[in-house]
Design a binder for this molecule. Structure first.
Ligand code: PEP
Ligand code: MG
Length: 800
């Protein structure tokens, strides 16, 4: 390995540089220091003999590279060289590189096993990245990049990675890459935005200027290409040696810490699996479109300004939530952009000139987007897309725009950034055979909806929209969270075999879906469906649902521009209940707030919406809203006694009693008889309800455990924030204990207890849930056949 010598007038300076260099290579380089002179009065200077000794101490046949600070350091080094024998001298090279940058590049290159000439070349190009950054001309070239071609270099492996390092791939992570690839017999490149550099060159990597959130490709070829991919994968898992910085940056989470580690896989884009299965087909990229400016009269400066302010506040609220999740910095930045007083001034001026709020907003944002598009820097030009994103979100609020419909000609795999519930609800579901989102999270509502569609789905497949062409054939592996673009032959064969097996298994489960789910020891478990509206009923019935355990009525509210009135709600509730015959329909009263804003009812912005006016709290704060729903439920119940009502987010007995009083008030107002009684239950999803379950069990007719919220509140971990996703785990002992306590309280009071959170559909948890005492499980329709199959194979059940 090439030796490195640092020559400086100042010992402190040299030791500082050496310390940095040692850290950079984890001490792998042979490094010596010759600095200062042995004179306590005048320690600044250089000494030829000391330099010669330093050279000898790191001497190697590969050579020695000497880096110097300035002036007499060069003369002293030349003298030192004179003192060496001819053979040694011929292998010592003085570098003109700047001391700090040059030493870093040299030690990394030396530790990577490069030749003395390459080390020199790297050292001398060490100012490149800095010059580039400052917009100055480069003086030396880093190691050249040869363009790989499969023909000339054999198998070409490629894997992608989204950089989560807070400062991007700066010198230290770059050094880690060079170091990890050292000694491997393979050509290695890194690519960003089509720019490809040699991954053995610290300078070249630095010149790529990879920032937080950038997508990079690692490309390799040669006899040890597989080992190179493995080495790169190992590095990415440790975030290039900076995992500790990511943890520290948790306040601004940008990293993937979800339930399964994201690992770069050659030929595939990695994501998080949210629904199993394998699908094949052409990719269709869904991009949200801008709603049109409505044709309506000007309502005056004040009203238009208020309309705008309300729309912006709603979007701001949503962005604030997203800012806590993955890629949170993007949403935080969007929030800042939206709050920009100058932007608001411009829109206000347009309104003052007589434009209605949507027209004023759109024209201002168009101008702003144009300004960004014409900016000098690439980074600023890229922000144009952000402007459009914000513009669209506010336009949706301003126009109450209905969902966008996507008609597909053939079975396809849908790729999108994220989907709003209304987007999913309006998909051409028959032709969507797989779903791949670049955003989302495992328990976010978009993932829940994707699962409800019963198709393989993955989320957080970062870069999927950029890397895939519309129409390109892809394979989606919902078991492993992979979107395959170019699987090699053997992988493609394995995927196809699994796909066929999976389809056969689905087929046999579907055939048995209408049989009851009876455990091996003879207990029947009621399998119910979670639905979001009338459009889910057919699928639930087809999947063998024995009723509805959770009807999330908020989707009904969100799908309409205005609040659905009593009559509309009544008809929907009655018709769904009729479709299930004698089987129960559990209607959950409106559960908005938290991560589920309601466009038709703008709410004040909250600091902590999940701990704020959510679920029953919001309904009690707006009793008219709840009363409309209660009247509709009571009227439907009068015709369909299989309806029962469930209240979300109950924390106290008083909240339940307040709802009960409103139900009674509505019943009397409608002059409905006391019998048949409308069963009134609660969701157990707030820790306070668990701790007070015995008392609540005396008041209510049934419990249903909402593990999605229960987990987030027990673990104090936001269910949409991937930085704490490891904590949002319903297998945590504390969550299991909360479930057990709830079941015990229900069994003790003799009331039914079911579960309707995502855990209920997790076949890996079924046996445990039955053991804890649950005999009713409610999940998305697509999961029911498998859930029944699992119950039939389960042994345990609590006898009461
Ligand atoms: C839950 O919290 O588990 C639940 C079923 O409700 P949601 O996911 O709609 O909040
Ligand atoms: Mg909930």
């Amino acid at each position: 390995m090439v030796g490195i010598v640092i020559v400086s007038h100042s010992r402190q300076l040299a030791e500082g540089v050496a310390e940095l260099a040692t850290q950079m290579t984890q001490g792998k380089a042979a490094l010596a220091v010759a600095a200062g002179v042995n004179d306590p009065e005048n320690p600044i200077g250089t000494d030829a003999v000391a330099i010669m000794t330093a050279i000898e101490s790191v001497y190697h046949d590969e050579g020695v590279v000497v880096l110097m600070d300035l002036g007499s350091a060069l003369l002293s080094t030349e003298m030192a060289l004179e003192l060496l024998d001819d053979e040694m001298r011929s292998r010592v090279f003085m570098s003109a590189a700047p001391l700090v940058e040059g030493t870093m590049a040299a030690v990394v290159a030396a530790a990577a096993g490069l030749s003395a000439q390459q080390v020199l070349q790297e050292a001398e190009a060490a100012l490149e990245a800095k010059q580039d950054h400052l917009g100055m001309a480069a003086t030396a070239a880093p190691l050249a990049v040869s363009s790989p071609t499969p023909a000339s270099t054999g198998k070409l492996l490629r894997c992608a990675w989204r950089v989560a390092n807070p400062h991007g791939l700066h010198t230290r992570p770059a050094a880690a890459i060079v170091g990890a690839l050292a000694g491997l017999d393979a050509e290695v490149w890194l690519e960003r935005d089509g720019q490809r550099v040699n991954a053995r060159s610290l300078n070249s990597i630095a010149k790529l200027a990879v920032k937080l959130g950038d997508l990079i490709d690692f490309i390799t070829s040669g006899p040890q290409a597989d080992e190179a991919v493995a080495a790169f994968n190992t590095l990415t898992q440790g975030h290039f040696g900076e995992a500790h910085l990511l943890a520290e940056a948790a306040a601004e989470p940008n990293i993937e810490h979800d339930e399964q580690p994201v690992q770069a896989v050659p030929g595939a884009i990695t994501g998080i699996a949210v629904n199993g299965g394998i699908a094949r087909g052409p990719a269709v990229i869904f991009t949200a479109v801008m709603p049109a400016v409505p044709d309506r009269p000007y309502a005056g400066n004040e009203i238009e300004s208020q309309t705008l302010a309300q729309a912006c506040a709603l979007v701001q609220q949503h962005l604030k939530q997203q800012a806590k999740g993955p890629q949170g910095d993007i949403f935080h930045a969007h929030g800042l952009m939206l709050a920009d007083p100058e932007l608001m001034d411009r829109v206000q001026q347009a309104i003052a000139q007589g434009l209605i709020a949507p027209a004023a907003w759109l024209s201002t944002m168009q101008q702003l987007a144009q300004e960004y598009a014409q900016a000098d820097s690439h980074y600023m030009r890229e922000r144009e897309a952000d402007v459009w994103d914000i513009a669209r979100q506010v336009m949706c609020q301003l126009t109450g725009s209905g969902p966008q419909r996507l008609q597909l000609a053939e079975p396809s795999i849908l790729l999108a950034r994220d989907l709003m519930p209304s987007d999913v609800a309006n998909l051409d579901k028959d032709n969507v055979v797989g779903l791949c989102l670049s955003e989302g999270a495992k328990t976010s509502h978009s993932a829940i909806l994707a699962r409800a569609m019963g198709i393989p789905a993955i989320v957080k497949a970062q870069g999927c929209q950029e890397q895939v062409q519309s129409g390109q054939e892809v394979i989606l592996d919902g078991f492993n969270g992979l979107l395959w673009l170019a699987p090699d032959e053997s992988t493609a064969l394995v995927l196809e075999t699994r796909r066929v097996e999976w389809l056969e298994q689905l087929q046999s489960q579907r055939q048995a879906a209408h049989q009851p789910a009876v455990t091996l020891n003879g207990r029947t478990v009621q399998i119910l469906a979670n639905i979001g509206g009338p459009e889910d009923v057919a699928a639930a019935l087809a999947a063998g649902a024995e009723g509805v355990g959770l009807f999330r009525t908020e989707f009904l509210f969100q799908a309409h521009d205005t609040l659905p009135d009593e009559e509309l709600q009544f008809q929907i509730y009655r018709d769904i209940a009729a479709a299930f015959g004698d089987n129960p329909l559990t209607i959950r009263s409106l559960d908005v707030g938290g991560d589920k804003p309601l466009a038709a009812l703008p709410m004040p912005q909250e600091e902590n919406p999940f701990l704020g006016l959510r679920g029953v709290r919001l309904c009690l704060a707006y009793p008219e809203l709840l009363l409309t729903q209660l009247r509709a439920v009571l009227r439907a119940h009068a015709e369909q006694p299989n309806i029962q009502l469930m209240i979300p987010m109950i924390a106290t007995v008083e909240e339940f009693r307040a709802v009960k009083a409103l139900v009674e008030q509505a019943r009397q107002a409608l002059s409905l008889p006391l019998e048949p009684k409308l069963a009134l239950g609660i969701m157990v999803e707030v820790p306070a309800a668990v701790l007070n379950a015995e008392v609540l069990a005396q008041e209510v007719d049934f419990f249903s455990i909402g593990t999605n919220d229960l987990t987030q509140y027990v673990m104090a971990a936001d269910r949409g924030n991937s930085a704490v996703a490891a904590l949002v785990n319903y297998h945590e002992p504390a969550v299991l204990k909360a479930i057990a306590l709830t079941c015990q309280a229900a069994l003790g009071a003799g009331i039914p207890v079911s579960m309707c959170g995502e855990m209920a559909g997790d076949t890996g948890a079924t046996e445990l849930l039955l053991h804890l005492g649950l005999t009713k499980l409610s999940a998305s329709a697509s999961m029911l056949p498998a859930l029944k199959a699992q119950v039939r194979e389960s042994h345990y059940i609590q006898e009461n």
